[in-house]
Design a binder for this molecule. Structure first.
Ligand code: ATP
Ligand code: MG
Length: 190
């Protein structure tokens, strides 16, 4: 999988949707964790106006790998691991490099105004009730905060419609199927 062409169209469609024809899932295949991380970077380049990314998929399907790609692109210095037990981790976004510097370092890119990356992992919770000590709404209402949630289905009752959903499927040892779609659904535009 090259991280251009198909992916770009996919992301364009999922993110810049203003018409009603983009609720269909857009499909990408990744053949390595590196490709999944590069996909995350491409995704971030196209991400405008949305700051809530919900990730779905079984254990080991690549969700955290994707978040690691986002973090690299944002110049996060700390190592990103799933916050499975503590539920939430925040990372400072440090990438404020000049365009020239960015060219030399192909991983990092302009922040797009992001100040923080907030990574949630809901695997261990039963429902949104278990997260009531966190003000989740406040997290995603802060548009400078890029919020990424693993096992987001556990929060389905409270997730706002304005979000991007990404589903990861294990296909083979190094192969993953990745579906990107954006909310809200067609009906809310009609
Ligand atoms: N194409 C690929 N994309 C992503 N990860 C891959 C790919 N091929 C192999 N892997 C490997 O699969 C594993 C994915 O683990 P990761 O922690 O990202 O999964 P996860 O979906 O976050 O799981 P969990 O629900 O347990 O948090 C890693 O060891 C990664 O190196
Ligand atoms: Mg994970």
């Amino acid at each position: 999988m090259e991280c251009s062409g198909v992916i770009y169209d996919t992301i364009n469609c999922a993110i810049n949707r203003t018409t009603t024809d983009c609720t269909s899932l857009k499909l990408v295949f990744s053949n390595s964790s590196l490709q999944t991380q590069k996909l995350a970077k491409k995704f971030l380049e196209k991400l405008k106006g949305k700051n809530l990314i919900c990730l779905y998929g079984q254990l080991g399907s690549g969700k955290t790998t994707f978040v690691q790609g986002l973090a690299k692109a944002l110049g996060v210095k700390k190592r990103v691991v799933s916050p499975t037990f503590i539920l939430l981790r925040e990372y400072e976004v440090t990438s404020h490099q000049s365009p020239v510097a960015r060219k030399e370092n192909s991983w990092e890119l302009e922040t797009g105004g992001w100040q923080r990356l907030t990574h949630l992992d809901c695997y261990r919770i039963e429902s949104e009730q278990d997260l009531k000590s966190f003000d989740l709404k406040e997290l995603w209402e802060d548009k400078k905060n890029l919020v990424v949630i693993e096992w987001a289905e556990k929060l389905k009752k409270i997730l706002p419609k304005e979000r991007i959903d990404i589903k990861f499927e294990y296909v083979g040892r190094n192969k993953r199927r990745i579906l990107i779609s954006c909310q809200p659904p067609v009906s809310s535009y009609q």
